[in-house]
Design a protein around this ligand. Sequence first.
Ligand SMILES: Nc1ncnc2c1ncn2[C@@H]1O[C@H](COP(=O)(O)OP(=O)(O)OP(=O)(O)O)[C@@H](O)[C@H]1O
Length: 217
Amino acid sequence: MIEFRNVSKSFWTGTQRKVILDRASFTVRLGQSIGILAPNGSGKTTIINMMAGLEKPDEGQILRSSRVSFPLGFMGGVVNRHTGTENARYIARLYQLEADEVEAFCRWLCDIGEYFDMPVGTYSQGMRARFSFALMLAIEFDIYLIDEGMPSTTDVRFNRRAGQVLRERLERGTVVIVSHQAKTLERYCSQAAVLRDGQLFLFDTLEEAKVLYDYAD
Ligand SMILES: Nc1ncnc2c1ncn2[C@@H]1O[C@H](COP(=O)(O)OP(=O)(O)OP(=O)(O)O)[C@@H](O)[C@H]1O
């Protein structure tokens, strides 16, 4: 479970205060995957980062009682001058997992051949997306955090495989996806929310959320 209690977050842009959340309270429960609809620039990444513990609220509390993933695509823990193998084994040790298994899983899912044994700094954007996605799925989390849907790789085979693995994980886990378009949320979420005026409005269905979102748009 992730619980936001009276959380406020804003940024000073130099001329005005950009409010992301204003004393917002909501709960993400295990087994209830949630899709958050919000326009670009409204604070999707900031909310996901707060859920992951990468960013702190200005006020209020964020309570986590589950294993929460780092956001999909987050490369903060990855060292560019180390190889895919070294990074995968390092992350495995951080999470107290079997390094051989994590390495083998990532190698299989990434499917980037000899590049897996080359420094991550040499990877193309698509390879980096595949690598970070594989790392996230190599670890069993209770809640997976996804910013703007699946990685946009041009590799159809990878996308199919990664989508399949994610669906398997979600049979036991929960996902939080933030996106500016409802279509991205349709496949994975059982409930939806709309970020508007510093508040998160939760709905039982995506259809209901879309009504408020279209209106706000
Ligand atoms: N450290 C910061 N300092 C100042 N402003 C920031 C900072 N981080 C984010 N912002 C601003 O806060 C707003 C929300 O940013 P955020 O990246 O969370 O939005 P987003 O909805 O994910 O955007 P996008 O869809 O464009 O990626 C933006 O206007 C952004 O410029």
